[in-house]
Design a protein around this ligand. Structure first.
Ligand SMILES: [Zn+2]
Length: 296
């Protein structure tokens, strides 16, 4: 009887030991899906939004980048020494699951692991406007708009391999949103371009604050967005401030989060004083409010 008990005890002890080993060993990257070692915030990402990916996997693995189609989003070390990446979904994506690839390196070997991002269905409203005096743009002006746009896009697609931003992003002005990201504008019965930014209520000459730290990389009076300032926050992230009346910073200077960079206005093609805020991540226009709401 004693010997039977002893062998049962041995078996129990062996099982406990085995469970302890299994519990302490890090998850294998090959065996599991990245869902086990990549925390996605929010869990379901609407199109046009920006998601925060936090790496919670084994320490001997270094995450490098996340790729979707032709766009890559780099991982960076956050202020707590944890690897994170910001991933932007364009407005044009469709489907409940978006295929991504996560690039990781382990013992000098790079692995490419497939990962599906869960999306959230989001509908974007149509805003109908009837404007009496809408001057038509002549060929010369249209040419200038095209040139200005290509210069701006050249700036926005550069990836500065350094992170200037820290912590949460803030609103640039205290006013509420008057026109959201992704709104389709129908002017005098014709569909116009989709709104790739957020309009905030801002009376003339309201101080406009940098939504986070960065470098002023673009400042120009443009046909459509008037006096426009762009901040490079690093790692492919940029914020754009349009229709300003005045600039309070110079090109190439570093700015801190909350610093006044200019005053709101009504310059360019604008129907009244307001602030237009745009955000691009690795060349993709994303909803600035999605970035401001991220728990960074
Ligand atoms: Zn706008």
């Amino acid at each position: 009887m004693f010997s039977v008990l002893k062998s049962r005890e041995k078996r129990v002890l062996f099982l406990v030991f085995l469970l302890m080993i299994l519990a302490s060993s890090p998850p294998s990257l090959d065996a599991g899906t990245p869902a086990r070692w990549l925390k996605v915030t929010p869990t379901h990402v609407p199109r046009g939004a920006v998601a925060l990916m936090t790496y919670i996997g084994p320490k001997d693995v270094k995450p490098i980048k996340i790729a979707r189609s032709d766009t890559t989003f780099p991982f960076f070390l956050n202020d707590k020494g944890i690897y994170q990446a910001l991933v932007g979904l364009p407005l044009s994506v469709h489907g409940q699951r978006i295929p991504l690839f996560v690039y990781v390196s382990k013992a000098n070997n790079t692995e490419k692991i497939a990962f599906n991002l869960s999306t959230k269905n989001k509908k974007f409203p149509v805003r109908t406007l009837y404007l009496k005096k809408r001057s038509k743009l002549d060929a010369k002006t249209l040419k200038r708009i095209k040139l200005e746009r290509s210069k701006l896009l050249n700036t926005l697609k550069k990836l500065t391999p350094k992170r200037f931003w820290h912590g949460k992003f803030i609103k640039p002005v205290p006013g509420g949103v008057t026109s959201g990201f992704g709104v389709r504008r129908k002017i005098n019965g014709t569909y116009m371009s989709v709104h790739h930014g957020v309009d905030f209520r801002a009376p003339l000459n309201t101080p406009v604050h940098a939504i986070n730290a960065g470098t002023i990389v673009f400042m120009k009076k443009m046909v459509l967005s008037g006096l426009t300032i762009v901040i490079d926050h690093g790692m492919g992230l940029y914020s754009l401030y349009g229709h300003l009346s005045k600039a309070r910073v110079k090109l190439k200077v570093r700015v801190e989060k909350g610093q006044v960079i200019g005053l709101s206005g009504n310059t360019g093609r604008s129907t009244g004083p307001h602030l237009h805020l745009g955000v691009t991540l690795c060349g993709i226009s994303v909803d600035p409010l999605a970035l401001i709401h991220l728990p960074l």
